[in-house]
Design a protein around this ligand. Sequence first.
Ligand code: UT7
Length: 318
Amino acid sequence: MYSKIAGTGSYTPEQVLTNRDLEKLVDTDDAWIRSRTGITQRHIRAEGQTTSDLALVAAQRALQSAGLAASDVDLLIVATTTPDMVFPSTACLLQAKLGMPQGVAFDIQAVCTGFVYALSVADQFMRNGSARCALVVGAETFTNLLDWQDRNTCVLFGDGAGAVVLVPSPEPGIYSTHLHADGRHAHLLSVPGSVCGGQASGSPTVKMDGGAVFKFAVKVLDQVCREALASNALQVSDVDWLILHQANIRIIESTANKLGIPPERVVVTVDRHGNTSAASIPLALDLAVRDGRVVPGQRLLLAGVGGGFTWGSALVRM
Ligand code: UT7
């Protein structure tokens, strides 16, 4: 038994922050941001809007496109770095908002690789028969973690959510997933804060060595995509769409170049969403499904990389 994506959904908050808007907040300019990152705008959560609020709309849209209801779901995983609260998990809060009292619900924290991690875990629940219908969500209010004075980081990120519904299938579906982590690189990208003795301590905003992250990302994305292809005895030409974590257009283009995948087979949303961390891959997937690029029967190669460091891929047939 395999699992298969039966529906996709996504949501971005209404408020858009353009590069021009950022010029008024910090010493930056539209031309720099576009040429160094490919980003032109990002969405920002409304006052009071939480990660589970964003996740709710994406989840409802994914269920609707699968022709299923929340009452069908027996596994709910939310990948997020920006949970609504320390506990309960965002998955449990989302479960309540969806009105589903049944099933298993938990969060996964693998930063920008979170969705690929969550998809892999859900796939394994499905394959061993522990779940019959999984809702896998990547959702972030990542702008909560930004220092709006730090031009090195605040121009890069945005908020959003994406979701997929998995159902059992006699054929893949999800051919394989490959996950990796190496905590020795934790210092390159982190939010070094914690809650202790009832108080937030440390620094609650993103700290990043951008150049080192860039080099690491290009190296491991290429590796983990090749690993996915090799383990399924497939060639680059067998892949219809490459959907990478949307952090920087130059990381996406470099990886596609190294793999030999032409730009017309690469889904890009970083221009309009910025980096939405765990939400970026399911957001990009849903957009490409809804605009008719991704159609049933096609093979997709999904790959992400993020803080930890973590990285991973999923080879999927729609
Ligand atoms: O999910 C993973 C999350 N993180 C990432 O994916 C980040 C990966 N890294 C990157 O995307 C790139 O390294 C950045 C976009 C962060 C930076 O691009 P870069 O081409 O590596 O620029 P840089 O850090 O080498 O900076 C070049 C210059 C510097 O000025 P000087 O020292 O040459 O005078 C920076 O101060 O650009 C300056 N700069 C900016 N200028 C205008 C840095 N940020 C900005 C900015 N606006 N926002």
